[in-house]
Ligand binder design. Structure first.
Ligand code: FES
Ligand SMILES: [Fe+2]
Length: 439
């Protein structure tokens, strides 16, 4: 159990809050590239409690600036995109992508007041379909050489979804390997070939016909190992099977707010959990294929069927009981909330309340990843408070180009050999990958 004070320290992300300052030391997803593709590339972005507007100027460059005009606070999301900036419709003040006010056309001729007006602005960069922003001080850090960034555009697909809860409980479900045997249990298996683009619908490893759904159902008590790495944590879930075999599932926590997990034999998911504010967050996923090019149309269409635009808000949500159906729960799925595992996760984390009250929780052995992660976050908070940025993973004197991978894979191995076998399965997949996935 945790004190209320510590729960606040770990969950609050506004400017100046301890965890908020840690999150601000890293690039954070701010929008999908898709959101800028319409006729009007101007998108409201609320990130870490800061209200911003993202736009593409006439030179094609992106700017992320404060959402409210510095004159009298009008909403710049309705601004006119002209003269290589964003012009406030109220009295015509014009802002460049760096936030500098360039014109105040209603002020007296020759006025230089605009030179003293500069909106908040943050660096942004688009990587493989996600626009990342850096809200911290000084220079942003380099991007690690992760697979999701190395893969060519043809082999990645980006999507996002809104959850109505704090970012930390959203992240913590991703470092809890045991829940998949329960929350995502399907009482019937499907042909893995029918499972394109969906998690846990493939076979449980290369060279086996056992569906992942069956494996999760049959072996609900994984042995969980957690190790610290350069980038965060590696979690290994061992499901010991009959005949001296073990299923090895390796997933990762990427500090501070992301995970990298296997989705199928072909794809991994790198997923960031980003605070909109303290009671709402987005998940952003980069699906990365180590085999065929990603069928982006199918992936997008599958997910748009479950979300409404422009907010990427899930159609199943607490207002309609997540589509809960007791007959389905009795016969087909563990939750009765359909076959999209995102909805199951969303129900689990939103149901905890806007910010989980960790003063009342009781952690068990399967929560080992969560315990280790909280320890890392506390160490980062304390390090930053003491002026030691090197206490933060991947910052300080680190060569980001050497932070590669991470290994994120399912394998079935002889129990005595599981560790080496998991590594071999990963290396084999990398060797056969059509883009350079070597490590
Ligand atoms: S409020 Fe924007 S120009 Fe006046
Ligand atoms: Fe899940």
């Amino acid at each position: 159990m945790m004190s209320r004070e510590l729960n606040d320290r770990l969950t609050r992300t506004g400017k100046g809050e301890p965890a908020g300052e840690v999150l601000r030391r890293y690039w954070q997803p701010a929008a999908l590239g898709d959101e800028l593709k319409g006729g009007r590339p101007v998108v409201p972005v609320t990130l870490l409690g800061e209200r911003l507007v993202l736009f593409r100027d006439n030179e094609g460059e992106l700017g992320l600036i404060g959402r409210h005009c510095l004159h009298r606070g009008a909403d710049l999301c309705f601004g006119r995109r002209e003269d290589n900036g964003l012009r406030c419709p109220f009295h015509g003040w014009l802002y460049g992508r760096d936030g500098q006010c360039l014109e105040q056309p209603g002020e007296p001729e020759g006025s230089e007041m605009h030179k003293r007006i500069r909106a908040t602005s943050y660096p942004v960069v688009e990587r493989n379909g996600i626009v990342f922003a850096y809200l911290g001080p000084d220079e942003p850090p380099a991007f690690p050489n992760f697979d999701c960034f190395r893969a060519p555009d043809s082999h990645v697909f980006a999507f996002k979804g809104l959850w109505e809860c704090n970012w930390l409980q959203a992240l913590e479900i991703g470092i809890d390997p045991a829940h998949a045997s329960f929350l995502h249990r399907f009482l019937e298996d499907e042909d893995p070939k029918e499972g394109y683009g969906r998690q846990f619908r493939d076979s449980a490893a290369t060279g086996t016909n056992i569906p992942m759904t069956q494996l999760l159902r049959d072996y609900p008590r994984p042995e969980i190992r957690v190790e610290e790495t350069d980038f965060g944590l590696r979690l290994t879930a061992l499901r010991h099977m009959e005949g001296g075999l073990t299923h090895v599932r390796v997933t990762n926590q990427i500090f501070p707010g992301a995970i990298c997990i296997p989705m199928s034999r072909e794809m991994t998911i790198t997923q960031w959990h980003v605070p909109v504010d303290d009671e709402t967050c987005y998940w952003y996923s980069l699906f990365t294929s180590f085999d065929r090019p990603v069928d982006k149309d199918t992936m997008r269409e599958q997910r748009l069927r479950e979300h409404s635009l422009p907010d990427y808000a899930p159609l199943k949500n607490r207002r309609n009981n997540y589509g809960y159906c007791p007959e389905e729960q009795a016969a087909r799925t563990w939750t009765g909330m359909g076959f999209d595992i995102n909805v199951h996760d969303q129900w689990a984390v939103e149901g905890m309340g806007p910010i989980q009250d960790r003063t009342r929780e009781h952690l068990g052995a399967t929560d080992a990843g969560i315990v280790r992660y909280r320890r890392m976050l506390r160490a980062a908070i304390d390090g930053l408070a003491g002026g030691d940025e090197t206490a933060l993973p991947m910052l300080g004197d680190v060569d980001a180009a050497r932070i590669a991978g991470p290994l994120s894979n399912d394998a079935i191995a002889d129990t005595a050999d599981w560790e080496a076998a998991s590594m071999r399965a990963d290396l084999e997949r990398r060797a056969a990958c059509p883009w350079d996935a070597s490590i």
